[in-house]
Design a binder for this molecule. Sequence first.
Ligand code: GTP
Ligand code: SPV
Ligand code: MN
Length: 589
Amino acid sequence: MTTPMELFIKKMQDLLQPGEVYRMDGSQEEAERLTNLAQESEVDGRIVLKKLNAQEYPNSYYHRSNPNDVARTEHLTFVCTPTKEQAGPNNNWLEPSAAKEKMMRLLKDAMKGRTMYVIPFVMGTPQSRYAKNCVQVTDSVYVALSMRVMSRVGKQAVERIGNSSDFFRGVHSIGDVNPDRRFIMHFPQENLVMSFGSGYGGNALLGKKCYSLRIGSYLGYQEGWLAEHMIIIGVQAPDGKVTYFLGAFPSACGKTNLALLESVLKGYKVWTMGDDIAWVNVGEDGQLYAINPEAGFFGVAPGTGVNTNPVMMKTLKNDKFFPTLFTNTAVDNSNNTPWWEGVSKGVPSDLTDWQGQKYDKNSSKSAAHPNSRFTVSIYNCPTLSSEYDNPMGVPISGIIFGGRRRSTIPLVYEAKNWNAGVFTASIIGSETTAASTGQVGAVRRDPMAMLPFCGYNMGDYFRHWLDMGKKVKNPPKIFMVNWFRKDEDGKFMWPGFRDNSRIIKWMIDRVEGKTGVVESEIGLFPEDNAIDLNGLDIKKETMAKLLRVDKEDWKKEIVMIEEFYAKFGDKIPKELNNCLAELKNKLGM
Ligand code: GTP
Ligand code: SPV
Ligand code: MN
């Protein structure tokens, strides 16, 4: 009998007409073979991988992409549900058969003379009942190697799939890397994604944003769970107790740094579970549990250094599981190491920039692309939680939401209950970053940090969040943070990074009921001196500014929130409209 998986591979072969078919087994030996091959292959006019200094960065490789292909392309990303309403105003939509026709035209014969890599993989630890089976085909060896780091590739996936037809299907071809012929099409009803014309992370590693978030969120809506753009961390207190948090921040707004945080507070330690995606289920005991479906980090390089993120610097130098890839950073030619702004104090004198040009120190442009990234296995992380491979996941006590805002949003506040928390998350606004093409620094609504990743109508998504709250016995506390407030001189008011442990400690105290709160118009603030600022040089006035409601700013915020809500018409649950009305009332609007 031909299995559904074999049928799928055969169908792809017929469509794509590859010169060769290679099936990935996920072994270390295979990684060696493919990295060797990639050092000899040219794709899109570039050598795919270059080996970096093995003393400094063992088993690490450098990849430079086409300059037109350095970030997610939201305007070319579609959710193709039967009706436009199902996809919602938060998604680009195309009618499924029209979308498929378009993609079939692009994909037909797309792999002529190329190798088709068949990647069977599992998202989640294979022993978990929350894990999901997937198969992606791709003609990019860079994508194949990245998938190996980011997910569990190989035998276990093939075994789990067996004769079943219940697996995600992903079709990817890098095509000719032409932005005019680039699309990322999602078919949630068919558990299918077709992606053409880009080799970039979120566009091409289909297990990540495409499956684990867009398709995943749709599955979660159907099956009663949540797929979220969230980190998972366990924070150990001096008494040894570990409290688990989820944390949602838009792209390039601090997730990876928080997930690998080295606390500045004595006795507190962060254990890393995940840095980008969480699948959240209600466990048998009625508590909320989370697993990380991924197996690696695809992290922003700029800003990562021994002072800001020492744990990531250590991770990047481990090679227990390899390879580690650096994409679109600069290269320091003096010692053949990857370089980016923030990794060292000075700028090396012999630097090649991310486009392969000699870097001029006086240039106003950065040497590394602002969205340059590393791809590294989570097993190389020295703070990996012992619960990482726990098939049930970890029980969640708090959910942290955040955004990047120079003004308006305080450093931290707490929602008074689950529904108020859902409202607070639904009104998140954040300044756009280089993680997606287009304008950087423009404030846009990004509810739950899921605007680019929710695979269905966000009005329904809000309703689903409210319903989840009803199913959970002790709903976690919900917090809102903003590490990115700036003063009149444009300087960050809060030191951020490792000092964020001070805010996390306060949250643990709140979870344990050890400290009270002060009510405000928007939520609950810490009591005076409740945040441990020991050893931190920050003015009292600065803290006061960071922890107050700027009413005039908030009135402007309300206008933006109402505009956003209006797009969803009567899909906005009445609970959220009530919260909005109450907030307006408190602000005197
Ligand atoms: P994605 O991988 O795109 O989802 O991003 P992310 O949310 O994981 O963001 P990441 O932690 O990689 O941080 C993005 C950028 O914000 C980097 O340049 C960091 O250096 C910077 N950053 C992270 N945390 C802080 C902070 O607490 N304060 C300040 N000022 N910058 C931060
Ligand atoms: C993001 O943009 O949120 C990322 C990187 O985590 S990507 O995988 O490209 O989506
Ligand atoms: Mn992300």
